[in-house]
Design a binder for this molecule. Sequence first.
Ligand SMILES: O=C(C1CCC1)N1C[C@@H]2C[C@H]3C[C@@H](O)[C@@H](O)[C@]2(C1)O3
Length: 130
Amino acid sequence: YDREEHTLRELRIFLRDMCKKLASNKLFFMFTKPVDTEEVPDYPTIIKQPMDLETMMTKVDFHRYECAKDFLNDIELICQNALEYNPARTSADKQIRHRACSLRDYAYTLIKTEMDTDFEEKCQEISKKR
Ligand SMILES: O=C(C1CCC1)N1C[C@@H]2C[C@H]3C[C@@H](O)[C@@H](O)[C@]2(C1)O3
């Protein structure tokens, strides 16, 4: 079967495992589902591009990521959204911002240590010419 499709399938398997590991870490429970706009009606007025780990798992299945960099861009989005919507010096907001930074650092390190550099380069080459 076409070599490029085989490479992208292997990427999806890897990214599902990354998503699962991040979503199963109790520290990151607040990032696992979309922010409830019924509960938080002003959220969509402040955050224009919401993102969460469940949505990212769906994006993997819909072939929306062609390399790990694209996946990490959405992790960065989760982090930035949390920092922007929860800026106060209250302990609740501080904890959310600390968790957001932990999610970002943990995801980068997990991918950096578990992913073959050549494999990611191959994915980015495929992505560039599509
Ligand atoms: O930004 C977030 C999530 C945390 C990272 C993503 N939320 C916005 C609300 C403010 C704060 C307290 C609760 O009202 C809860 O609904 C939220 C969810 O946390």
